[in-house]
Design a protein around this ligand. Sequence first.
Ligand SMILES: C[S@@+](CC[C@H](N)C(=O)[O-])C[C@H]1O[C@@H](n2cnc3c(N)ncnc32)[C@H](O)[C@@H]1O
Length: 318
Amino acid sequence: MSASDSDRARREELSTLRDTLSRPLPELDARYFYDDRGSALFEQITELEEYYQTRAEHSILADRGEEIMRDAAAVSLVELGSGAGRKIRLLLDAWSQRDDGGRCVMLDVNESFLAASVRTLGERYPRCAFEGVVGDFSKDLRRVLAPSPCMTVFFAGTVGNLYPDARRAFFATLAASMRPSDSFLVGVDLVKDRARLERAYNDDAGVTADFNKNALRVVNQRFGADFDEGAFEHRAFYDDERQWIEMRLRATRASVASIPEIEWRRRFAVGDEIRTEISCKFTRRSLERALAGAGLLVRAWHADREGLFALAHCWKRA
Ligand SMILES: C[S@@+](CC[C@H](N)C(=O)[O-])C[C@H]1O[C@@H](n2cnc3c(N)ncnc32)[C@H](O)[C@@H]1O
């Protein structure tokens, strides 16, 4: 990205931040969880007993990785929001092309985590070419270039962090960039009973609480904000009607936060909240409907044995 492009991107980001923090219920985008501390905390979350998602998705990839790679017939892979790049290994293990010049592009907002995972994967799979792209999957899909047939993968239910309008735009942009033999493999957490869902976001050890509060630390460091990190507590609950988990930070004492660069200032009274994440849950039908809106057709549905999580493999409708 050129210096003027990155200046423009920062101005746009600040303007969005001002807008979302000025809403009646202020909001922060879920990407602000992820500096190195946040990414490491997410890795800890994946190992929690309460957080079934990672184990379930991993079991699907272990059982169905070969079938998925056969169906994809891909010469390249792209992973969005790749994080530590662990799950992709199950696909790389099942991918014969990687020994024959296969290419794998990873895109993530966290530059240092991305660099480390590209390096680790390069050492483990020396005949496959890995590339890291630092970017935002909502804005930078066009910067990812990989030969066709390409399979784009989006794990961990991260697509559920997009609000429905942003998700529509994301699917539309992705579909527009897909060629006829390209495919998209997307992991989603499935609708289930409230207690199980809420437990996954309210672990006993408080790791998710630390992860949630990390968003304030990231905004403080990145944008010169002065949120009083100790003045907020973690809250997560399931909204039945919208079929999403919401994570919020609730003020436990009065404080004032500001971001001088964008002339934003807000007083938080006890009980005031900031929404830091939504995590949409899906049924097969609701996901198929959302994808169909962008002309994407689910050709294979892979769920784990307990029906907790699913990977949908889709192509563009002919
Ligand atoms: C829930 S974690 C999933 C990590 C990994 N894919 C996995 O399955 O364990 C979400 C990942 O997406 C990245 N991320 C969050 N928002 C992003 C955005 N807007 N654009 C690109 N990456 C983003 C984070 O840095 C993090 O690595």
